[in-house]
Design a protein around this ligand. Structure first.
Ligand SMILES: Cc1cc2nc3c(=O)[nH]c(=O)nc-3n(C[C@H](O)[C@H](O)[C@H](O)COP(=O)(O)OP(=O)(O)OC[C@H]3O[C@@H](n4cnc5c(N)ncnc54)[C@H](O)[C@@H]3O)c2cc1C
Ligand SMILES: NC(=O)c1ccc[n+]([C@@H]2O[C@H](COP(=O)([O-])OP(=O)(O)OC[C@H]3O[C@@H](n4cnc5c(N)ncnc54)[C@H](OP(=O)(O)O)[C@@H]3O)[C@@H](O)[C@H]2O)c1
Length: 437
């Protein structure tokens, strides 16, 4: 056997998969560990379920990556301080470099009173739920008649899309801390829900916030038009859900009933201020309450604190003086052999294309680092034995093929465009692996 560099990639989302491909194409022996049975991360379990063309295109690329001969896949294996394997375990198995591409799995709690009430959720959990990712797919969610979604990004619109077009709730209120000129969502995503938008309420809202808009030289008519820009391509609505915005408002507490169920969210009004060229929200002290049964925070995520790497400002700490920068960016953790990429490097940032580029560049940094080491004879047998000894079903790349074939057959049988098992036992059964007792 020829000597090769041996690299572990932790997390098989777009960043990990494309990062693994880069290293494998360079000739490294790559072992990909993934928490979920299936590869794909948020491309599989985040992207809105009806984006069939995008999802199937990505799955095809992921399949091609898994087919690379010098790349192995171990699904249903968590790595981390509390995982099935630790980083030290990986080192002991001879891995010379470790790429952490586990996404941003932590929750950005704001520490507000009432966050633990029934009906208060974070977007990632809801998105995982409706995309059928175990165990979130098995958890109960309370989507009431009136739902507030905090944030103004594409995730807020995905959640609104789900609430208006699938759950068909009475009302969705987007609670946005700044104004219409600062929203982050894209026109394309607005097309799914803009037919549900209460335009009279938008006009009222623009009128209400006009003094704040004008105080930072924003033209109210331009602000209104920017929210309505998707109208010409509006997808006809399928429910009477009333969608509206509350701009310049931040949640300060959630209020529950005697049974611990959410009944109201309290907001503090904001005004806009210019600071160093940026437009910021500043609380006015004025508080008011909205009657809602559900609040979903769509404000981005943080990395997983429990993974075992240092975390600062919602992200894993990077070496500020990288030895192997790529395009001026540091992909290095402070630990010599541990690198970070994708949403693990920059939480909740950008689309699949960016995660792909980031994972690839992280691997380019690793490849430079490896040039300072000698290639080894990878003991893949010892790695396989270690994984086998975990006392849980571990999913290999051949198993993923079986699972995909089973899901395709099920979709055909049920006349669906796409079918996904929503729990691990069904997936394992479809693969033919022993389901744990
Ligand atoms: C709701 C939502 C919708 C989106 N829609 C779109 C869209 O329509 N179009 C688009 O281009 N982009 C979209 N994005 C963005 C896109 O999904 C991300 O840019 C991309 O998935 C980030 O890739 P990643 O590999 O860094 O992380 P992730 O995709 O999060 O992948 C992380 C992987 O790590 C694994 N993992 C986690 N912890 C561990 C651990 N401890 N051990 C082992 N494995 C672990 C997970 O199982 C997962 O497979 C969306 C994002 C969200 C949140
Ligand atoms: N269809 C798609 O293509 C799609 C779908 C989903 C996600 N994505 C991508 O995935 C990434 C993440 O999306 P995202 O929507 O989670 O993030 P995002 O685009 O960064 O939006 C986050 C929103 O939350 C607000 N926010 C943050 N902290 C807050 C706080 N403490 N209180 C109140 N509001 C707060 C932000 O307001 P401020 O601006 O004031 O900070 C912003 O409006 C983005 O790159 C997005 O484009 C793409």
């Amino acid at each position: 056997m020829t000597n090769q560099y041996l690299v572990a990639v932790i997390g098989a989302g777009p960043a990990g998969l494309f990062g693994a491909r880069e290293l494998a194409n360079q000739g490294a022996r790559v072992i990909l560990f993934n928490r979920d049975i299936k590869p794909g991360g948020l491309a599989e379990y985040g992207i809105y379920p009806n984006k069939h063309i995008m999802k199937s295109g990505l799955r095809k690329q992921f399949r091609q990556i898994l087919d690379i001969p010098n790349l192995d896949y171990y699904g249903n294996v968590t790595v981390g301080a509390q995982g099935d394997l630790t980083i030290d375990d990986l080192r002991a198995l001879g891995f010379q470099a470790i790429l952490v591409t586990v996404g941003a799995q932590g929750t950005k709690w704001l520490g507000l009173p009432g966050e633990d009430l029934e009906g208060v959720y974070h977007a990632k959990d809801v998105v995982y739920f409706y995309n059928n990712l175990p165990p979130f797919s098995q958890k109960p969610f309370r989507f009431g008649k009136r739902c507030a979604v905090v944030g103004a990004g594409n995730v807020m619109l995905d959640i609104t899309h789900y609430l208006a077009r699938e759950k068909k709730v009475d009302e969705v209120i987007a609670v946005v801390r700044r104004g219409p000129m600062e929203v982050k969502f894209e026109k394309k995503e607005m097309e799914y829900v803009i037919d549900n938008l209460d335009q009279a309420a938008l006009d009222e809202e623009i009128k209400r916030i006009t003094p704040s808009l004008e105080s930072v030289n924003h033209d109210p008519a331009t602000a209104r038009a920017s929210i309505l820009v998707a109208l010409p391509k509006a997808l006809p609505k399928v429910s009477n859900t009333r969608f509206r915005f509350e701009f310049l408002a931040s949640p300060v507490q959630m209020i529950g009933d005697a049974e611990g169920k959410l009944i109201q969210v309290e907001l503090e009004d904001n005004t806009l201020v210019k600071t160093n060229g940026d437009t910021k929200a500043k609380g006015t002290g004025n508080r008011r309450r909205l009657d809602v049964e559900t609040v979903i925070f769509a404000i981005g995520d943080k990395v997983d604190d429990s993974f075992g790497l240092l975390v600062e400002w919602n992200e894993f700490v990077k070496n500020p003086n990288p030895r192997f920068p790529v395009d001026g960016i540091s992909y290095e953790s402070p630990i010599e052999d541990v690198f970070v990429g994708g949403w693990s490097r920059q939480a909740s940032s950008g689309l699949v294309g960016l995660a792909r580029k980031d994972g690839t560049n992280a691997s380019k940094a690793i490849w430079q680092y490896l040039q300072t080491k000698q290639p080894v004879e990878p003991n893949v047998k010892a790695i396989a034995e270690k994984v086998k000894g975990l006392n849980k079903p571990v999913v290999l790349k051949e198993d993923i093929k079986k699972l995909e074939a089973a899901e395709l057959a099920e979709a055909k049988k049920q006349g669906l465009e796409d079918f996904k098992y929503s729990n691990n036992d069904d997936m394992l059964q479809a693969i033919g692996l022993k389901v744990p007792a």
